[in-house]
Design a protein around this ligand. Structure first.
Ligand code: KIV
Ligand code: ZN
Length: 386
């Protein structure tokens, strides 16, 4: 069987931008949208047009310049929202309206103070309004992660019948375990008669650190679109990280899935998003953190220097990272020290390294990281005595 495509729906400019302090102006959004298109994402969620004149302008300007990716605008299940989104998207080569409503009983009762039946009616109506204005309509069933599966199936069936081309099953609160989210998607495939008429999408939040695992579980169960953000930025603990799902899919070819993302652009785009949003990437972040390819303990360094595969499952080049790093600390070993001396142009034999290693440890115990300048001093002192 041939590999199946996973559509990458990037929501850095919408769900990611909702993070306090991350608001972007139109120029910044435009620049990021162009880079996301270069990266190879399939859909760019550019904003929530009715939310502010600035966001309307951003979606409109992005629609004018993005030619290959689909440009998407978010709406509530409200006619005015949908009309405004359609207006903002009118220049897009491939426009998509993303509308939806709450699907869990918690949302139905507390946010909408209504009934499941009324939600079905509003969902169908909103989808029809959107389909009258755009050929591509995605419906989101907010808080699907906590929704009753039988009701969710009815809702999905209803919006597909009303014209939805994509149905998004968000785990809005990051509540599900991977097997639960996967079973939810599988349940929909088994219980929604017209499901093959739409693409099912995963949209997972990271409140329990499970967003990537849940999205992959959804894809294994049949979903063919994953919604994600660069660096996993997003509401509260964030969204599914684009770089993580893309590399999981690439590393595990046995899943039979692929994406069109150019993985060598992952680190440059991550850096651009971090700089533009002024949110640094945590050092231990998978794929794009500054320590993602750093080795600092003696056992790891020794193995890595013999063969990089011993401790790296991805090459830094593959994801556009600067390269692997051997960091010298008090946990480092003799091989790493000898290797660094050699790189600095010092030829020491094994006995020399044994002596220098004891001196190195004394320095290392006083600092977080031993720098090349410290090693130059150690080497010169040693050479002047020897
Ligand atoms: O998390 C969520 O449910 C959302 C929807 C608006 C798609 O972001
Ligand atoms: Zn979300």
């Amino acid at each position: 069987m041939t590999d199946q495509k996973i559509y990458i729906f990037d929501t850095t400019l919408r769900d990611g931008e909702q993070v306090p302090g991350c608001k972007l102006n139109t120029k910044e959004k435009l620049e990021l949208a162009l880079q996301l298109e270069q990266l190879g994402v399939d859909i760019i969620e550019a904003g929530f047009p009715i939310s502010s004149p600035g966001d309307f302008a951003s979606v409109q300007e992005i629609s004018k310049v993005i030619k290959n990716a689909t440009v998407c605008g978010l709406t509530r299940a409200v006619q005015k929202d949908i009309e405004v989104a359609a207006e903002a998207l009118k220049y897009a080569a491939h426009p998509r309206i993303h509308t939806g409503i709450g699907s869990s009983d918690i949302h139905i009762k507390h946010k909408f103070n209504t009934t499941r039946e009324n939600i079905l009616e509003r969902a169908a109506q909103a989808t029809k309004w959107a389909r009258n204005l755009a050929p591509d309509v995605e419906f989101f069933a907010e808080d699907a992660g906590r929704a009753d599966n039988a009701f969710l199936a009815k809702l999905v069936e209803t919006v597909i019948a009303a014209g939805a081309t994509v149905v998004n099953i968000p785990d809005t609160t990051g509540y599900c375990l991977p097997h639960q989210y996967g079973e939810k998607i599988a349940y929909l495939y088994n219980n929604v008669p017209n499901i093959d008429k739409a693409i099912i999408s995963c949209h997972c939040h990271n409140d329990l650190g499970l967003a990537t695992a849940n999205s992959i579980a959804g894809a294994i169960a049949g979903a063919r679109q994953i919604e994600c953000t660069i660096n996993g930025i997003g509401e509260r603990a964030g969204n599914t990280s684009l770089e993580e799902v893309v590399m999981v899919i690439k590393q595990h070819s046995s899943l039979g899935l692929y994406t069109n993302v150019k993985t060598e652009l992952l680190n440059p785009v991550s850096q651009l998003v971090a700089d533009t949003m002024r949110v640094p990437v945590q050092p231990n972040k998978a794929i794009v953190g500054s320590n993602a390819f750093a080795h600092s303990s003696g056992i790891h360094q020794d193995g890595f220097l013999k063969e990089s595969l011993t401790y790296e499952i991805i090459t830094p080049e593959e994801v556009g990272a600067g390269g692997s790093k051997i960091v010298l600390t008090a946990r480092s070993g003799r091989s790493a020290l000898a290797h660094r001396f050699q790189k600095l142009g010092f030829e020491f034999n094994r006995n020399d390294v044994d002596v220098l290693y004891e001196r190195f440890l004394q320095v290392a115990d006083t600092k977080k990281e031993v720098e090349d300048a410290d090693l130059q001093i150690l080497a010169k002192q040693y050479a002047s005595v020897a």
